[in-house]
Design a protein around this ligand. Structure first.
Ligand code: F6P
Length: 533
């Protein structure tokens, strides 16, 4: 496998970037009135505008040539047809099969269909009150206990589709091992009407198992252990059913996932059971349809018009040819508040790597740092740096022409007025970043020339959310292919997990048993002394 940076296509992009660096984004925007038309794309109701990126049509052609040379189209086929794309774990990555049972074999498809119908039936039993707790009360609180991909996806979906949620059921999420997280959550719960979803693909994740045990103890204290407690109040989502059963979860209460769906790519599986209970199976289906529309686009559209591929290629351009080490995602939608944290795992856990698929070190930078927050809040925290800081941070702006479905406390007029201000802020920020201002004195000046992409949807509904999810999943895949890294493993998180286990024991050991570096020993010492006083 040849180092991508040695290819002629990479060198052509380097020469092109040197020439383009002599121009400004402002120049590019002002000198070509057809730019927005040429550099924007539509997929169903979604409008994606790259015209505020520091690119020209030639950049797209050269990036397309690099993607072609790297075999992106073949790699996309390999992804969809279930080839082993996760080489280090010897697995395919079949998240696209989850949308419409479009997997490579009937075994995979029937497993997906069965799991989806089990989750749909269960969520409708909870929503209609057919499923009752051990004392006969309907379930009104659902608590997802999980972390990483078993938390960020369902949390993001539940929040984003809040207007579609059943009012009588609240969903909450516990992820952190800090005891206060679950402790506070339990405060607001009534054991007789609470359902816990223990969500862990591996069922070995320390935070999740520890929090699940705490929840079980709390429920047992309230309801006793001699009744239907486990049957009615605890279910699990996992690829390790034996471990879930060992914890006491009944076989019939276990919802499957599989090793061929990566945790951070699992939002379309039973991992989103809490969200499915909240919004109902029909709305969940629309989310899958939204993802599927992008899947179809990704697998069948030529690279120069392929939006997720272009997002990935422009990501490479910004990272490797313009040298930007960060990337911001700012949804102008309060309901998408959790979207940036969801993307942080998706992008950085997938592409924060330095070893190529062939075992050699990469010779270029990989994943930028992903940061973000909802607009307009983010404008009042870190946007100062985006506008005038010494670090240029390419930004994705996401917003919608129509407001999220209202909760009913405001008049239609007020909702529309506020929504207009929201969207105006979004457009104002991307314009300010790109064009800047010539104000005097210098401290007032915004240079402009700071690139962004704008994604404009019709309304944040299940279909549109599915489109966003799949756009970013395929963007991440594209970048991984161009860097020749495996976007589907995460070996880097192992060392910290192992050390945490060893150090947990160390916290209660006598000092002479410490076998750590002097810096860590000093911390353990200090901790023990403070516990003694
Ligand atoms: O620590 C990283 C990680 O393995 C993620 O990849 C994963 O989403 C998360 O932990 C949770 O894993 P699990 O679902 O197995 O509990």
């Amino acid at each position: 496998m040849i180092d991508p940076t040695l290819s002629q296509q990479w060198k052509d992009l380097e020469s092109h970037s040197s020439l383009l660096k002599e121009r400004t984004l402002k120049d590019l925007i002002f000198e070509d009135s057809t730019r927005a038309e040429n550099l924007s794309f539509e997929i169903d109701d979604l409008f994606i505008d790259f015209s505020k990126q520091m690119i020209t049509n030639e950049t797209i052609d050269l990036l397309g040539a690099l993607a072609y040379e790297r075999g992106l189209s073949e790699k996309i086929d390999a992804l969809f047809s279930g080839e082993i794309v996760n080489i280090s774990e010897n697995r395919p990555a079949l998240h696209t099969a989850l949308r419409f049972s479009t997997g490579p074999s009937e075994d995979v498809n029937s497993a997906i269909r069965d799991a989806l119908s089990k989750a749909s039936e269960f969520s409708s039993a909870i929503r209609t009150g057919k499923w009752v707790g051990a004392t006969g009360k309907p379930i009104t609180s659902v608590v997802n206990i999980g972390i990483g991909g078993s938390h960020l996806g369902p949390l993001m979906v539940s929040a984003a589709l809040r207007p579609y949620a059943e009012e009588n059921i609240t969903c909450s999420f516990v992820s952190n091992i800090d005891p206060i997280a679950i402790d506070y959550q339990l405060n607001s719960l009534e054991p007789e009407s609470t359902l816990f979803i223990i969500n862990s693909k591996s069922f070995t994740t320390s935070e999740t198992i520890t929090n699940a045990e705490a929840a079980l103890q709390w429920a047992q204290n309230a309801l006793g252990s001699e009744n239907d407690l486990l049957k009615k109040h605890f279910v699990a989502v996992t690829a390790n059913p034996e471990a879930a059963e060992r914890l006491g979860v009944l076989k019939q209460n276990i919802f499957p996932i599989w090793d061929w769906v990566g945790g951070r790519f699992s939002v379309c599986s039973s991992v989103s059971l809490a969200a499915m209970i909240a919004i109902g199976a029909e709305n969940f289906q629309k989310l899958l349809e939204g993802c599927h529309s992008i899947d179809e686009h990704f697998r069948s559209t030529e690279l120069s018009k392929n939006v997720p591929a272009l997002m990935g290629m422009i990501g490479i351009w910004n990272r490797n040819f313009l040298g930007y080490g960060n990337h911001a995602v700012i949804p102008y939608s309060a309901d998408l508040t959790h979207f940036p944290s969801y993307l942080q795992q998706l992008e950085m856990e997938s592409n924060g790597k330095k070893i190529r698929q062939d075992g050699d070190r990469v010779s270029t930078q990989t994943s930028p740092v992903i940061l973000g927050g909802a607009g307009t809040d983010a404008q009042h925290s870190f946007f100062q740096l985006l506008h005038q800081g010494t670090t240029i941070i390419p930004t994705d702006f996401i917003t919608f022409c129509k407001p999220s479905l209202p909760a009913g406390n405001l008049s239609e007029e007020v909702v529309l007025k506020q929504h207009e201000i929201l969207v105006a802020n979004c457009f104002a920020q991307s314009k300010a970043l790109a064009i800047g201002s010539d104000s005097e004195p210098e401290s007032f000046l915004s240079d402009g020339n700071r690139p962004s992409t704008t994604i404009l949807g019709n309304r944040l509904d299940p279909f549109a959310l599915g489109q966003l999810v799949a756009l970013y999943e395929h963007k991440v895949f594209t970048m991984g292919v161009l860097w020749q890294i495996n976007s589907f493993d995460q070996w880097g998180v192992q060392l910290g997990k192992q050390l945490a286990e060893i150090i947990t024991k160390g916290l209660t050991e006598t000092r002479s048993h410490f076998d750590h570096d002097s810096s860590t020993t000093a911390l353990l010492d200090r901790y023990q002394k403070s516990r003694e006083t």
